[in-house]
Design a protein around this ligand. Structure first.
Ligand SMILES: Cc1ncc(COP(=O)(O)O)c(C=O)c1O
Length: 319
């Protein structure tokens, strides 16, 4: 009896270098400026399954396209045509048959070889990966134990913090690994002035006396799109929210805290350096904003009461 041949694995479509290809075949050359000097800027965008809509819908895509344009300007990489992204992202979902939550990565990388001062030939890449909740929301409402890192986020005169360039992640990765070595889940980096800045891939919010506080953009944080969504939502629902200067002590005295970003969505925090947040595990403000978030991305109207309980969201977890 002859065994039947193994089923061919289905193609995962990616847009790369002007056309559609299997993601496994999309590459940049080893001698490229992207590989030699880390010349590659990117965006992470989520697409969500919405109530009553077929397929998935990108969340705040215009803001991501605008920020990608800013990253290109700041890094002096030419625009490969990012205005096409709304149609490319839609086509990515259609080709791959995405019908549940997806993380889309858009990158513009320097494809050509050359020396450091060479002109850049940019290549646009768009890929998608199914992605549900991270474990902070998938398994109920579990809180991150954060370390305040000894590593700093690079200052504005080292490299523009607003450029989402891959080089900006090498240092925060070391901070994350050190935090994990120490038994923590994640970390917050300080800026060059020793004030709270952000997590390796997410913005920080601290809640004190019913008010939200987050480091100002001038503190060297990425202009986070979820961060701005939280600030806008706070205004809409009448929760005071301030951008300012935060110290380690502000973290230790927090009633609640959360990280937010496209990948993490909203991640509740239970402690900083083993100092528990005072209102953990109730965390009513964090729960309220988590509920607002999922109401919005699922296309539901937000409730008027910002402190309503968050229902448990039980879709598949991805790390
Ligand atoms: C350094 C950094 N800060 C914050 C964020 C969160 O930003 P956003 O909400 O735009 O995803 C990210 C993720 O993109 C990031 O990489």
């Amino acid at each position: 009896m002859t065994a039947s041949p193994p089923a061919a694995s289905p193609v995962t479509w990616a847009y790369h270098d002007g056309g559609w290809t299997d993601v496994a075949a999309a590459s940049v050359p080893v001698g490229s400026l992207a590989m030699r000097y880390a010349l590659s800027v990117f965006e992470g965008v989520r697409m969500y399954r919405q109530h009553g809509a077929g397929g998935v819908v990108p969340f705040l895509l215009d803001a991501h396209v605008r920020r990608l344009g800013d990253s290109l300007t700041l890094t002096r990489i030419p625009d490969p045509g990012i205005a096409r992204l709304p149609s490319l992202v839609g086509e990515l979902a259609r080709r791959n048959g995405f019908d549940d939550d997806v993380y889309v990565r858009v990158a513009v990388s320097a494809h050509n070889q050359g020396t450091m001062g060479a002109d850049v030939v940019p290549v646009l890449t768009v890929t998608g990966t199914p992605m549900g909740r991270k474990r902070w929301l998938a398994g109920g409402f579990t809180g991150m134990r954060l370390q305040i890192s000894g590593w700093q986020r690079g200052g504005p005169n080292t490299f523009p913090p607003a450029a989402k360039n891959i080089s900006n992640y090498a240092g925060p990765r070391l901070a994350l690994l050190a935090a994990k070595d120490g038994g923590y889940d994640n970390c917050v980096l300080l800026n060059e002035h020793g004030r709270l800045c952000e997590a390796p891939t997410a913005a920080l919010f601290v809640v004190r006396d019913g008010e939200l506080h987050t480091p100002a953009l001038s503190e060297g944080v990425l202009p986070g799109i979820t961060r701005q969504w939280v600030l806008d939502t706070a205004r809409r629902v009448g929760v005071p929210a301030r951008e300012g200067l935060l110290s380690r002590g502000d973290a230790y005295l927090a009633d609640e805290a959360f990280l937010c970003g496209t990948g993490l969505e909203i991640a509740p925090v239970r402690s900083f350096d083993d100092h528990p947040c005072r209102h953990w595990p109730d965390a009513p403000v964090t729960r309220a904003f988590t509920k607002h978030f999922f109401d919005q991305v699922r296309g539901l109207d937000s409730p008027a009461d910002p402190l309503e309980d968050v229902p448990h969201e039980a879709s598949g977890a991805a790390q």
